[in-house]
Design a protein around this ligand. Structure first.
Ligand SMILES: C[S@@+](CC[C@H](N)C(=O)[O-])C[C@H]1O[C@@H](n2cnc3c(N)ncnc32)[C@H](O)[C@@H]1O
Length: 260
């Protein structure tokens, strides 16, 4: 049986490379990485303008995020702990929810502001064989499902302003107490997440885990090559995570700064 991940990557590259060349996407990826990653506080909201940058995000960052979420889930939770619904906040191409659904099953609901990336998410779900759909709305306006569900926010919480971040925290706390699992991922560098330490302490106080991961896995060859062409470091795969799960009675706090 072919791996759904390989099928998705093949279709993703075929689709975008029928519109743009490898060189065009690599050039856009270079600009996107400079603007979005290095100068993002200045460019918030405008970073994905243009087809080249959309292709660059879809073909490089989305597969990269998929692999990071997949590896984090493998380390954090058993494939049997399956939520029936997975809410993917700021879903972009939908890769975080899809990685969770492939890890242990479940239906994905992607919450996203941008219609173009929601269209990309529909391709992701279809090509990976995951049941999923998107809701176009601001995270602050999302009408939350009744717990228990799985909630993932991959590289998204840093895009919220303080009010919306705090509002989200209150909802996540409520959801966890109702039996939901929560996974938050952000880059290893805390430059764009000055709130990380504070949230880590809150998560640990609720019995969750705060971790820092460095994964020894390879990206697919075509994704790797694209990253190389844009002058990036596709071999370096890692993230910080916050993980909240319903605490079984009598279990102590599991927390710390593990390295994988
Ligand atoms: C860095 S991307 C990450 C996308 C995806 N989670 C991933 O890991 O590849 C952040 C996404 O969050 C979305 N986003 C930012 N603020 C949002 C908000 N307030 N409500 C819904 N989506 C939001 C952006 O449009 C963008 O697609």
């Amino acid at each position: 049986m072919p791996d759904p991940f390989d099928i998705w990557i093949a279709k993703l590259f075929d689709r975008w490379l029928s519109e743009l060349t490898h060189q065009e996407v690599a050039r856009a990826l270079k600009v996107l990485s400079r603007d979005y990653v290095q100068r993002r506080t200045r460019l918030r909201g405008k970073a994905l303008e243009g087809r080249g940058k959309q292709a660059a995000f879809a073909m490089y960052y989305a597969p990269r995020h998929f692999v990071i979420v997949r590896e984090a889930l493998k380390a954090l939770t058993a494939p049997t702990d399956s939520p029936s619904e997975i809410i993917d906040l700021g879903c972009g191409s939908g890769v975080a929810g899809a990685a969770w659904a492939l890890h242990c099953g479940g239906n994905v609901v992607g919450v996203e502001l941008e219609p173009d990336v929601l269209r990309e998410a529909a391709f992701t779900f279809k090509d990976l064989g995951v049941r999923g759909g998107g809701v176009r709305c601001h995270i602050a306006k999302y009408r939350w499902a009744k717990p228990p569900v799985g909630i993932v926010a991959a590289f998204t919480v840093n895009e919220l302003d303080e009010n919306n971040r705090e509002r989200l925290w209150r909802e996540l706390e409520k959801q966890t107490k109702g039996g939901s699992n929560v996974l938050i991922l952000e880059p290893l560098s805390t430059r764009i997440t000055p709130w990380w330490q504070d949230w880590s302490e809150r998560v640990v106080a609720l019995g969750g885990r705060a971790n820092e991961w460095h994964f020894d896995v390879k990206l697919p060859e075509r994704v790797h090559l694209l990253g190389k062409s844009a002058g990036l470091k596709p071999d370096k795969l890692g993230a910080r995570t916050l993980w909240l799960e319903p605490r079984p009675k009598g279990r102590g706090v599991v927390a710390g700064n593990n390295q994988d």
